[in-house]
Design a protein around this ligand. Structure first.
Ligand SMILES: Nc1ncnc2c1ncn2[C@@H]1O[C@H](COP(=O)(O)OP(=O)(O)OP(=O)(O)O)[C@@H](O)[C@H]1O
Ligand SMILES: [Mg+2]
Length: 357
């Protein structure tokens, strides 16, 4: 089977490398519409780094975190072979062969001790700080947390996410010890972060968007798409990498691009129609700043109709309906650009099909 090569992202990689060459000073939030290639980009970018970078990657996707124990489980990579007195000794001992690691390494005995202690999260952060301090004698440590929104609502005494942000600020802005990248495809979460006072001036945002037109054409060119096939792909799927990959695989298997693209659209229309139909019977509740609001179908349709003749609209829309559409992954909010748009070209076409008069 032919493997699909990683495509482009030169600009983004350049920016990430630039960040990594400087002293750590801000938290970097990587955001963008769903399936735009954020995770893929980070994996690819860190593989390009020289030997003296130590990468710690934590992916929270699909992890169920309700409290402290589960949080420790995703954060750490337990080393059952070693027993050490403390983080420093341990870091020294494993310094020789560090490169790309799942979680933060910790020997079993220290992990177990952390479980039993009272001032729990304090211990965790203290361990990581000492560990990074030692590692940074020889390496540039980089911490990547993917799907950070998973712990958005987790409480350990208070909201865990605030403790974590405080700790990230300490690692970057105060100690300049470790680079921190937080990746998220949840635009409601990014929107909240964007207006979070605690993070003002302490983080930067990097948008990883779908490919633009030229880039999409180049990508498809590598797999010998004809002009007609490229046109069909762009019309239906825009530059969404995940769909383009699907079209490429379909073509490599001898399939017809237009048929596949139309099939993808049909599926999306059906999903959206079903969602709107459900609103005839139920009025879902969304929570905004701790208050609950009911979602009215008319308001939802009102927003969708705005996309009949344009691809993006202003930020200020009826809040509960907007919130609902974002939560359902139909719309994407870009607080930096101050705009709202469908998550993909397929979504835009499906919306237009369903609200046309
Ligand atoms: N630069 C690229 N070149 C080739 N294929 C890519 C590229 N970026 C993404 N893809 C394809 O798109 C798929 C989705 O990418 P990825 O999972 O990185 O998106 P994401 O933005 O992290 O998604 P989510 O919003 O679900 O977190 C990948 O599995 C890969 O097949
Ligand atoms: Mg991802």
């Amino acid at each position: 089977m032919k493997r699909i090569e990683f495509h482009d992202r030169e600009e983004e990689i350049k920016e990430i490398k630039n960040i990594l060459e400087r002293e750590p000073s801000l938290i970097t939030f990587i955001y963008g519409p769903i399936n735009s290639g954020k995770t893929e980009l980070m994996s690819y970018a860190v593989k390009q780094l020289p030997e003296d970078y130590a990468i710690f990657r934590i992916n929270l996707r699909g992890r169920f975190i309700r409290g402290y124990e589960e949080f420790l489980d995703v954060l750490f990579d337990i080393d059952e072979e070693r027993r050490e007195r403390n983080a420093k000794e341990y870091a020294k001992a494993i310094l020789k062969d560090l490169k790309l690691i799942g979680g933060i390494p910790i020997p079993l005995n220290l992990f177990e001790r952390m479980f039993e202690r009272k001032e729990r999260s304090k211990d965790v952060f203290k361990y990581i700080e000492s560990f990074m301090e030692e590692i940074s004698q020889k390496y540039v440590p980089v911490l990547i947390v993917d799907e950070l929104q998973v712990i958005g609502d987790v409480k350990i005494d208070e909201l865990l996410i605030y403790k974590l942000f405080n700790f990230f600020i300490r690692l970057t802005k105060e100690l300049h010890l470790c680079h921190v990248f937080a990746v998220s495809s949840d635009s409601l979460f990014i929107e909240e972060i964007y207006s979070e006072a605690m993070l003002q001036g302490r983080c930067r945002y990097l948008l990883v968007d779908d490919f633009d037109y030229n880039n999409t054409m180049d990508f498809l060119e590598n797999y010998e798409f004809s002009d007609k096939e490229k046109g069909d792909a762009w019309y239906h799927c825009g530059g969404k990498p995940v769909y383009l990959v699907e079209l490429i695989n379909h073509k490599l298997g001898g399939g017809n691009t237009k048929e596949k693209a139309e099939e993808l659209l049909k599926v999306r229309i059906t999903q959206l129609r079903d969602l709107l139909d459900e609103l005839n019977y139920v009025r879902p509740v969304v929570e905004i700043a701790g208050e609950q609001y009911r979602v009215e179908k008319e308001k939802v349709i009102e927003i969708l109709k705005l996309f009949m003749d344009r691809e993006r609209v202003d930020f200020e829309l009826h809040r509960p309906a907007k919130h609902f559409l974002v939560k359902k992954n139909i719309l994407f909010v870009d607080p930096m650009g101050g705009e709202v748009r469908p998550q993909s070209r397929l979504d835009l076409l499906a919306i237009r099909e369903l609200v046309k008069v």
